[in-house]
Ligand binder design. Structure first.
Ligand SMILES: Cc1cc2nc3c(=O)[nH]c(=O)nc-3n(C[C@H](O)[C@H](O)[C@H](O)COP(=O)(O)OP(=O)(O)OC[C@H]3O[C@@H](n4cnc5c(N)ncnc54)[C@H](O)[C@@H]3O)c2cc1C
Length: 452
């Protein structure tokens, strides 16, 4: 392997272009959405489908942050039970979306394999197998012989695994943009390069959303601001426990192998890409840079920290000072912190890339000669129980929050968008009790069922 070129070759060029935004804000909207990731655009799509006048404001580019940087796994396998109804809904949407809208998301059902390097790991899949049975998800326990047929030479490293053939993958650099374009076709107004600075209330209820391009009269807003949600909400006096971890990702040039799906392996996880290459990531390394938020929220994160102890690489540095110095409030008629950071674009971890390079051929012998042609990183944001918040915020009637999708919000994104739209329209299809923000403050036990 050789020739690792720097970030900005492909991932950023796809999110920086290809979306023409109207220049002018509407004066009014039924619903304003803050954030153009997969959650925001999917919600906009389903609201617009119902004839709702929706305006989405994105400070940078559509899918510029997590939604355009992820691994591209669209999986039911290994989910927390609380997410299963939404992920089943999501699968239906992924399956139909491209044919229904004539816009390609890159969705393919090539299966998802979790590998076991030893018997203990194989046993650890048992709770999921029971859950899969309960929800009629076709996950099978696979032995080495079956693996050899599915993935070729790589199977020699594993004693077995679990495989859900109906799981899929999609192209992060395409899918969110595709959904945004489909939402626009249905009448949603999507404005990029437009930070939301804050909101105004009238008689205690939401009445205006203030952006850098002007204000919009509305009675309803959804904060789908990903890694910025906690910071945004804090400026409104709402506490949202949220911490960020950095994931480093890379891709190879096109390579012919037997592997046609997604594989989660503790050393290296991979996904077959539309361009014939593979997206690669270290299966068990996330970087967390300690900030004042880490210290503040640690008591709520103890179960998650114990669960992810071997996965997290902790450090402390300039992020601590930056967060300490970040303004807590700002004037809504002046430049806000969101305009100063249009795209959260963390640097990939060089050590992680070196590790991927070293181990790629060992884990996947058929990829031993592949070149790593690009690398990037993304900030995954997570809640204390690693399950999202999808909630009305009672302190501000008309204000909703949807965030904390952790490392699995891409696959569930369309289903979450549909669910959130129904919540806003007050026609819920899925019970959202388990997703309320209040669970972190009302003494409910923090229950962890799945990883980041
Ligand atoms: C490295 C990595 C690997 C992952 N792998 C997978 C995977 O394989 N499968 C999977 O299902 N999930 C995966 N995920 C998780 C998934 O990408 C996220 O859960 C999902 O994309 C979250 O979508 P979102 O819309 O909530 O947030 P984002 O995509 O982060 O979007 C939020 C948007 O809000 C905007 N914004 C913030 N503040 C403001 C403001 N004030 N005004 C206007 N706009 C604002 C931001 O600019 C941003 O574009 C991964 C994530 C990462 C980072």
């Amino acid at each position: 392997m050789n020739n690792m070129t720097s970030f900005n070759q492909n991932v950023s060029s796809t999110w920086s272009g290809d979306f023409e935004s109207p220049i002018k804000l509407p004066e009014t909207a039924d619903v304003v959405i803050i954030g153009g990731g997969i959650i925001g655009v999917s919600t906009a799509y389903f609201l617009a489908k119902e004839g709702i006048k929706v305006c989405l404001c994105e400070k940078g580019y559509i899918s510029g942050e997590q939604s355009g940087r992820n691994w591209g796994f669209v999986r039911m396998q290994g989910r927390d039970e609380r997410e299963i109804p939404m992920v089943l809904e999501s699968q239906k949407i992924w399956r139909q979306f491209s044919s229904e809208t004539d816009i390609d998301t890159g969705y393919v059902e090539g299966g998802c394999l979790f590998t076991a390097n030893d018997e203990k790991e194989l046993q650890s899949f048992q709770p999921w197998l029971e859950l899969a049975k309960k929800y009629d998800i076709q996950t099978e326990l696979v032995d080495q012989k079956t693996l050899r047929n599915e993935v070729g030479l790589a199977s020699n490293n594993w004693v077995g695994g679990i495989l859900t053939k109906t799981d899929g993958r999609a192209e992060p650099q395409k899918a969110t943009l595709a959904i945004a374009k489909a939402a626009e076709k249905l009448g949603a107004i999507i404005i990029t390069g437009c930070s939301v600075r804050g909101i105004e209330t009238s008689g205690g209820s939401l009445s205006k959303v203030i952006t850098e391009k002007g204000s919009i009269d509305t009675s309803t807003a959804l904060c789908a601001a990903g890694a910025w949600s906690s910071y945004f909400c804090r400026s409104l006096g709402i506490s949202v426990p949220q911490l960020k971890v950095k994931g480093t990702v890379a891709r190879t040039n096109p390579v012919e192998t037997k592997i046609n799906g997604t594989i989660f392996d503790k050393k290296i996880s991979i996904r077959k890409r539309h361009d014939g290459g593979y997206t690669l990531a270290h299966g068990s390394t996330f970087d967390h840079s300690i900030t004042p938020s880490t210290l503040y929220y640690t008591p709520k994160y103890i179960p998650a920290l114990i669960n992810e102890f071997n996965v997290l690489k902790l450090s402390i540095g300039v992020d601590f000072i930056d967060e300490l110095n970040a303004p807590k409030k700002w004037d809504l008629d002046k430049e806000s912190p969101f305009e100063k950071n249009r795209v959260l674009n963390p640097k990939p971890n060089k050590k992680t890339i070196a590790q991927i390079k070293k181990q790629l051929g060992e884990v996947y012998p058929e990829l031993k000669d592949a070149d790593i042609v690009e690398s990037w990183a993304g900030m995954v944001e997570t809640t204390p129980d690693v399950v999202p918040v999808i909630s009305h915020i009672d302190q501000i009637p008309g204000f909703y929050l949807s965030t904390g999708f952790s490392g699995h919000g891409f696959g569930i994104g369309p289903g979450a968008g549909s669910t959130i739209s129904k919540m806003i329209l007050n026609k819920p299809t899925i019970d959202l009790q388990e997703f309320r923000l209040g669970r972190f403050f009302d003494g409910s036990p923090i229950r962890i069922e799945a990883g980041i």
